[in-house]
Design a binder for this molecule. Structure first.
Ligand code: COA
Length: 375
C-alpha cells in the first residue's frame, strides 16, 4: 500500500467582514420594523413579537466575534437579509468554483505541484450551488487539471470525509495525487432573521493537496496521513430541508426549514462526548497517547465545545497553541473550519510532531485525520 502525504493547503478569505455589533444592529432594526408593522396582530396575541439579539450573548455563547462574507450589504439590508449575488451566466465561473479555484491555486502553489500531476479534484462542502455539472469539474477545468472530478457533501464533516476518499484512492494505487476543495458560502444557507442562529456562519474556501508519499521527494511543510476514522449517526438536531423536490411541494417554498436550523444546545451536549470518544478510539488504534498530540485542529463551531472536547481528552482545556481557534474571526465555516485552523497554525509543529484534524456536525457526522509532520 502506498503512503500518503498532505503536501499543501490553501485558503481564500473574502474581503468583507461583519462584526457582531454590525450584525446585531441590523437584526435589531429588522425586529423593530417587524414588530411595528405587525403591531395589531401582536397585541391581539395572534403572533409573538420578535426579540432582539445581543452582541455580548453571541460572543459569550459561541466565541464568534466577526465573520467574512461575500456580500455584506445584502445581509445587513433589513429589506433583504441575505447575500445579494448577481445571477451568473452559464459561460461564467459559478460562485463556488470562483472561490474554490482561488483556494485551490493557493494549495497548488504551497504544494509546489504541477497541476498536470494532479489526478483528481474533489469538491467537499455543505452546500452545492447546483446539481450538475459538478462544481469540481468546473474547478478542474479552471485549474487545468486532467483526470476526474466530483462533488460530495457530508455537511460540516465534508473535508475529513473528502480526505479519507483521497487517502484510500492513493493508498490503493488508483490515483497518485488529488486536490480537495471546500468552498463554503455559508451565508447563503443562513437565516439572518432567526435570532437563535443569525450569527453562526461565515464564508471561506479551503483546499488540500494530497500526494503519494515518496521519502526522496518530500518538500517543506509536508504531513504524512497516518489514518482516518469516520462516523455518522442520524440526528434531526441540525437540518436544512432545501432540495430539488421542494419545487414539487410549493406549500413549503420559502419556509424557514429550507435554510439551516438547529437545536444548538442539544447539538453541543450530544456531539462533544461522541467526538472525544472517536478521537480517543482512533488514537488508541494507532497506539498514540493523546499527550503526544501537538496540534488539535478541531471543527470551528463553538469555542466552549472545542475546550470541552480537549478537556475530555486531556483532562485540561487546551490553549490556543495546542487547539487553535479561528472561529472568533471566521465564525463557523462548516467543513472548512478545521482546515483553516490547520493551514494558519501548522508552522508551530516541528518535524515528527503528531496532530489531528477533526470535524463534526450535521448528520451527525464526525471525521478524524491523524497526521505526522515529516518535513
Ligand atoms: N441574543 C440574545 N439572546 C439569545 C440569542 C441572541 N442572538 N439567541 C438565543 N438567546 C437566548 C435564548 O432565548 C435563551 O434564553 P432563555 O434562557 O431565556 O430561554 C438563551 O439565550 C440561551 O439560548 P440557547 O439557544 O440555549 O443558547 P446556547 O447557550 O445553547 O448557545 C449556540 C447557542 C448555538 C451558540 C450553542 O448552542 C452552540 O454553538 N451549539 C453547538 C452548535 C453546533 O456545533 N452546531 C453545528 C453547526 S454546523
Amino acid at each position: 500500500m502506498a503512503r500518503v502525504q498532505i503536501s499543501g493547503t490553501g485558503l481564500f478569505t473574502p474581503k468583507e467582514s461583519i462584526s457582531n455589533e454590525e450584525l446585531v444592529s441590523s437584526f435589531n432594526k429588522f425586529v423593530d420594523e417587524y414588530n411595528e408593522s405587525n403591531k395589531e396582530s401582536i397585541q391581539k396575541g395572534e403572533i409573538s413579537a420578535l426579540e432582539k439579539s445581543n452582541a455580548d450573548f453571541i460572543e459569550k455563547a459561541s466565541g464568534v466575534k466577526s465573520r467574512y462574507v461575500q456580500d455584506k450589504s445584502g445581509i445587513l439590508d433589513t429589506s433583504f437579509m441575505r447575500p445579494k449575488l448577481r445571477e451568473r451566466s452559464e459561460n461564467e465561473l459559478s460562485n463556488l468554483a470562483e472561490i474554490g479555484s482561488i483556494a485551490g491555486q493557493d494549495a497548488i502553489s504551497n504544494a509546489k505541484i504541477d497541476p498536470n500531476n494532479i489526478d483528481a479534484v474533489i469538491v467537499a462542502c455543505s452546500n452545492l450551488e447546483r446539481p450538475y455539472p459538478a462544481i469540481a469539474i468546473e474547478i478542474q477545468n479552471e485549474l487545468g487539471i486532467k483526470g476526474f472530478a466530483y462533488d460530495m457533501n457530508v455537511a460540516c464533516s465534508s473535508a475529513t470525509f473528502g480526505i479519507q476518499n483521497i487517502y484510500d484512492m492513493i493508498k490503493s494505487g488508483s490515483i497518485r495525487s488529488a486536490i480537495m476543495i471546500n468552498p463554503e458560502m455559508c451565508s447563503g444557507h443562513l437565516n439572518f432573521k432567526d435570532r437563535d442562529c443569525h450569527f453562526i456562519f461565515g464564508d471561506v474556501a479551503t483546499a488540500v493537496v494530497l500526494e503519494e508519499l515518496k521519502e526522496e521527494q518530500v518538500s517543506d511543510n509536508c504531513y504524512e496521513v497516518l489514518g482516518t476514522k469516520l462516523l455518522t449517526e442520524f440526528s434531526n438536531n441540525i437540518r436544512n430541508n432545501y432540495g430539488f423536490l421542494n419545487n414539487s411541494s410549493p406549500e413549503g417554498i420559502g419556509k424557514a426549514d429550507k435554510l439551516f436550523h438547529q437545536n444548538g444546545r442539544k447539538v453541543f451536549k450530544e456531539v462533544v462526548p461522541k467526538v472525544a470518544s472517536l478521537i480517543k478510539d482512533h488514537l488508541e488504534s494507532h497506539s498514540i497517547d493523546i499527550n503526544n498530540i501537538k496540534g488539535m485542529y478541531l471543527h470551528q463551531a463553538n469555542e466552549s465545545m472545542n475546550k470541552l472536547i480537549s478537556k475530555y481528552l486531556l483532562g485540561f482545556e487546551a490553549d490556543q497553541s495546542l487547539a487553535p481557534i479561528v472561529l472568533d474571526e471566521y465564525a463557523n465555516t462548516s467543513s472548512a473550519g478545521s482546515i483553516i485552523a490547520f493551514h494558519k497554525n501548522n508552522e508551530n509543529l516541528s518535524k515528527n510532531d503528531l496532530a489531528i484534524i477533526c470535524s463534526f456536525g450535521a448528520g451527525y457526522s464526525i471525521g478524524n485525520v491523524i497526521v505526522k509532520k515529516i518535513a
